[in-house]
Write a protein that binds this ligand. Sequence first.
Ligand SMILES: Cc1cc2nc3c(=O)[nH]c(=O)nc-3n(C[C@H](O)[C@H](O)[C@H](O)COP(=O)(O)O)c2cc1C
Length: 365
Amino acid sequence: MSNRELLMGLLDRARWAPSGDNTQPWRFEIVSDKHIAIHGHDTRDWCLYDFQGHASHMAHGALLETLRIAATVHGLRATWRWREGTPDDHPIYDVTLEAASTVERDPLESVIESRTVQRRPMRLTPLNATQRRALSEAAGDDFQVQLFETWEARWAVAKLLWRNAHIRLTCPEAYEVHKEIIEWGARFSADRIPERAVGVDWLTARLMRWVMGNWGRVQFFNQYLMGTVAPRVQLDLIPAMACAAHLLLRPKQALEGLEAHLRLGAAMQRVWLTAAAEGLHLQPEMTPVIFRWYARAGQRFSASDQLALRAGELAAAFEAVAGAGQGDEFGFFCRVGVSGGVEGRSTRLGVDGLMVGGKGLGSGS
Ligand SMILES: Cc1cc2nc3c(=O)[nH]c(=O)nc-3n(C[C@H](O)[C@H](O)[C@H](O)COP(=O)(O)O)c2cc1C
């Protein structure tokens, strides 16, 4: 195998890292036999969930960590640096690969591709002691793992997610995002979320697709026909109870700037891969964290005063549930549990299409 083939093989594995709404905010460049450049971008200009580019930065961190894990199979140590002078909305990361006899194959490598989000209800089987310990260790020393496992704790989270979803579903700025990111009628999607991975039944999916055709319909449904109820029950309330636990990653240091979010994204990916290796599924529940980021930064995600007010109330409720204060950092929130396989999943752009100058979607997944 030539070195270029080896590096292309590593990138082929790394591209399975998760990103918000499967946006894959990265392009690859092979600079030399030992040097890959990752050209990152973010989606803050059109996606309200990408507050200050943080969700994309977390995805970059997950990608870099996945590349590091994949490289261990070849006895390679991958280290990276944010290239000086590149801005945080278009950061370039220089990844250097060196052969090192001390590098051991990382067992998480085997689940890089099978790790996936599960948005449907999971079983109530509680976490066992091994799983609890593995998840906590995977987060590393810079993060505390807080679990919400009991029926009462999950109910408290369920109520929080119920309120959170009302903001999500009545926010015109969020509607603009939601209508772009679902590939209706699909089981797999290379650059979006396929309908079958969304987590609603067939009839609700048909209705959602029609209602989401324009904002006027959404408003009418929400106002007169309790349009938020069916999706909130299926997407938030039931899944919040139907899982083993909710997991909150709490950074011990201030979560500021690009590099802190890269570290958070790397920890998120280790936790997610570890969950997969432990036979668990996981679903991120990032919108309450993101609305809190806005609220605590005193920034708006919507022109609506009422929604801004609700986000502030929700942030306080989240802090009460977690026993935290206004100044405490919340990094990544998700639910975990045992479940059957997924009905559909986001695939990825092909590695050729992800190369700088590549043709994006054209190359398949
Ligand atoms: C930073 C980040 C935030 C995410 N937030 C959510 C979320 O709030 N809800 C959700 O269902 N999925 C969320 N996801 C999951 C992505 O939509 C998913 O990883 C992506 O579509 C690729 O699918 P896969 O993980 O099955 O490969 C998030 C992923 C990342 C990396």
